[in-house]
Write a protein that binds this ligand. Structure first.
Ligand code: SAM
Ligand code: SF4
Length: 334
């Protein structure tokens, strides 16, 4: 990178270099996981979303400012109409400095898209799967069919994509399943990340009741597996261990029990073009109208304003009655 490009890199007010963007393609989803969404969610009107062309243009701009990883998310990114064209356009950014294009998905539409993802240069995907039990899966997702996720994982692997499983730890729901899930992943050569549930958006019931610290989940795993802390890092906040018995890894994403904000390298873009400095705060800038105005320099100025005020850390407190922020994970782009 030459000197002028260095000068345009995204650096926040705490001196953290921002090179990772989580980009939500839609707040909609074909599932309704109870910790993520309320049963009767109101979704954004389609006219409020950035168009696919605007998403691609914004992504190119961000790569020009030093972004090296883009993770597509949502809602469910694969339900966004025109996804196939978009992934092709974003894949082309890998010749302009983008090092990793990836996505987090519930997996149900992977049979349709896995080959296109691989063709576009996607090398790995995260698939969310909180249980291996069909009935429990149906209950957690309010109606989802686990066979569709299994088929999605198979399709991704057949297309040559590495798959990592994301499992949110939920007391009273899947807290007896951590070792079984790790064994299942191990048999298939898949890494696993466990995630603590975060207080985002109103849901039915109290989050505190379902919160489970990963310290407890790890202890349960260590009764059956030998976990050795690993130096392996991705662009995300997972801290990994090698699992001696399976030869795979298990990661722990612990926003509540072990804060990782000092190493934050990311911003999050909602499908509307609202950019959030932090998952746990409302601080944001709106890019949609700025992009539509076509004003020279306005996009960079807005991004720089966001970064100057990017919060130093979230202040999640699972015991508080109200959520840390009103918007759901599916809106910000989880
Ligand atoms: N629909 C896709 C999926 O489920 O993978 C992508 C979006 S989803 C919001 C991204 C990830 O956030 C999933 O792994 C999901 O389990 C997780 N998630 C959603 N709400 C959460 C919450 N309140 N706390 C912790 N993780 C959450
Ligand atoms: Fe949909 Fe993902 Fe939220 Fe589940 S976690 S409701 S799959 S967006």
């Amino acid at each position: 990178m030459d000197d002028s490009a260095q000068a345009t890199r995204l650096v926040d007010g705490c001196g953290r270099r921002i090179d990772y963007v989580r980009l939500s393609l839609t707040d909609r989803c074909n599932l309704r996981c109870h910790y993520c969404m309320a049963e009767s969610m109101t979704f954004l009107p389609r006219r409020d979303l950035l168009t696919l062309e605007e998403i691609a243009e914004l992504a190119r701009h961000l790569v020009g400012r030093g972004v090296r990883t883009i993770r597509l998310t949502g809602g469910e990114p694969l339900v966004r109409r025109g996804f196939g064209n978009l992934i092709k356009a974003l894949g082309a950014l890998q010749s302009e400095g983008l090092e990793e294009l990836t996505l987090t998905t519930n997996g149900t539409a992977l049979p349709k898209f896995a080959a296109q993802l691989a063709e576009a240069g996607v090398r790995r995907v995260n698939v969310s799967l909180d249980t291996l039990d069909a009935e429990r899966f149906c209950a957690i997702t309010r109606g989802g069919k686990i066979a569709e996720v299994f088929a999605g994982i198979e399709a991704a692997r057949d297309a040559g994509l590495a798959v990592k499983i994301n499992m949110v730890a939920l007391r009273g729901t899947n807290d007896g399943e951590f070792a079984r899930m790790l064994a299942w992943c191990g048999e298939r050569g898949l890494d696993l990340s466990l995630i603590e549930t975060m207080p985002l958006g109103e849901i039915e019931g109290q989050r505190e009741d379902s919160f489970l610290s990963l310290t407890e989940a790890r202890a349960a795993l260590e009764r059956q597996f030998t976990l050795v802390p690993s130096l392996h890092r991705t662009a995300g906040p997972s801290r990994y261990c090698d699992v001696v018995e399976t030869g795979t890894r298990v990661g722990f994403i612990t926003p509540l029990s072990a804060n990782f904000c000092s190493a934050c390298n990311r911003i999050r873009i909602a499908a509307t073009g609202t950019v959030y400095g932090c998952l746990g705060h409302d601080q944001h800038v709106e890019l949609r109208e700025i992009m539509r105005s076509g004003q020279d320099g306005a996009l960079d100025a807005a991004l720089d304003t966001l970064l100057a005020g990017k919060p130093a850390r979230h202040d999640f407190d699972i015991a508080r009655a109200e959520p840390a922020v009103a918007r759901h994970m599916s809106v910000t782009g989880g």
